[in-house]
Design a protein around this ligand. Structure first.
Ligand SMILES: [Zn+2]
Ligand SMILES: [Zn+2]
Length: 356
């Protein structure tokens, strides 16, 4: 029997999200059925809902920062049992045979990973939905290979944003081997940036936050930043030239890139995490002069996501959140458009009873 599920969905690029009822597939032998307790709101949810990249199909239930409890498992499931605290991030499947998949980088799956929402549902005949539907819902059914364990010491609400924001920042910090002595700059103290600061500091790096104003200076310091730079302060930017090994750029705006490249030390890398559809104004001179690189990074693999959750638990790191009820999603979207959140909205799905 397909599982009756309640959710909030977008029905078009313009309409507000509204209650939506649908069904999840009955768990297959490798599936884990999860009661969703909390779902984070990621900026890419807004992009998908508003069809900014094109190709969005409706109705669409967004949400890929999912935390909850296991309610049932299929016959082949050995890693999870009923009652386990689990999370689901941005992917629910991949080809599992290509080189990136075999290397544990399912996010770079060559034929393409299956997104948690808005992707073609491989099990459409069982769920009744043409596309995968995400976490703004009370239930989800996911193959065990794409489910991770949330350590007991992490609260489920503040852990939810780790499933996208947390892994998006952790993966490049690990890839570029950040550790004691590393000098890391984080551009933009938002949902991604605040995770980057906490994780880089916990890895032993000296962390600087670059922001457009000093409004978040105290927060940055509380999260572990040693220094705070204002982008528009030309003297301070000049003084910081050639001083960072890694710049984590979480901002989608493109105009400041050239100035930021000057901040990189010899062999330094600026990694772009923000989803931007515009071109980047990149000039060869600042790159070749210090053998600098500009790179991109997309979330992280499943094994690495588990490692990130364990790292965050060990270091007492979670997201700074504002918990909202499902009927406040549209209001939260409007605030997120203005970057008015400290630092992640998380929807309390138990409140769905009252509104859907
Ligand atoms: Zn996301
Ligand atoms: Zn693959």
């Amino acid at each position: 029997m397909p599982i009756a599920t309640r959710a909030f969905a977008a029905t078009s690029a313009e309409a507000p999200l509204t209650p939506y009822a649908f069904t999840r597939r009955d768990p297959l032998p490798d599936d884990v059925a999860i009661d969703i307790h909390f779902a984070g709101i990621c900026h890419s949810d807004l992009h998908m809902v508003h069809n900014d990249m094109g190709g969005t199909r409706y109705p669409l239930v967004p949400g890929h920062e999912i935390a909850g409890l296991v309610t049932a498992v299929g016959a082949n499931v050995t890693r999870f049992k009923v009652g386990d605290r689990v999370g689901v991030g941005c992917m629910v499947d991949s080809c599992r045979t290509c080189a990136p998949c075999r290397a544990g980088d399912e996010q770079y799956c060559v034929p393409g990973m299956t997104g948690t929402y808005g992707a073609k549902d491989k099990h459409a005949e069982l769920s009744g939905e043409a596309i995968t539907q995400g976490g703004y819902a009370d239930k989800i059914v996911v193959d065990q290979a794409f489910v991770v364990r949330i350590p007991d010491s992490l609260p489920l609400d503040a852990a939810a944003p780790l499933l996208c924001a947390g892994i998006t920042t952790y993966s490049p910090l690990r890839h570029w081997k950040i550790g004691p002595g590393s000098r890391v700059a984080v551009v933009g103290l938002g949902g991604l940036g605040h995770m980057a600061v906490k994780q880089a500091a916990a890895m032993g790096a000296e962390v600087t936050v670059l922001s457009t104003s000093d409004r978040k200076k105290a927060d940055a310091e509380r999260m572990g930043a040693k220094h705070f730079l204002i982008n528009s302060d030309k003297a301070a930017m000049k003084a910081a030239a050639e001083s960072f090994d890694l710049i984590i750029n979480t901002v989608s705006a493109t105009h400041e890139i050239a100035g930021h490249l000057q901040l990189l030390a010899h062999d330094g890398t600026m990694v772009m995490l923000g989803l931007t559809t515009e071109g980047l104004p990149i000039f060869a001179m600042p790159l070749l002069w210090r053998r600098r690189s500009v790179a991109g990074s997309l979330i992280g693999g499943i094994r690495e996501t588990q490692e990130m959750l364990d790292f965050c638990a060990e270091h007492g790191i979670a997201s700074d959140i504002e918990v909202i009820a499902p009927d406040q999603i549209n209001e939260a979207y409007a605030r997120l458009e203005k970057s008015d959140v400290r630092y992640r909205f998380v929807i309390d799905m138990s409140k769905l009873d009252h509104v859907a």
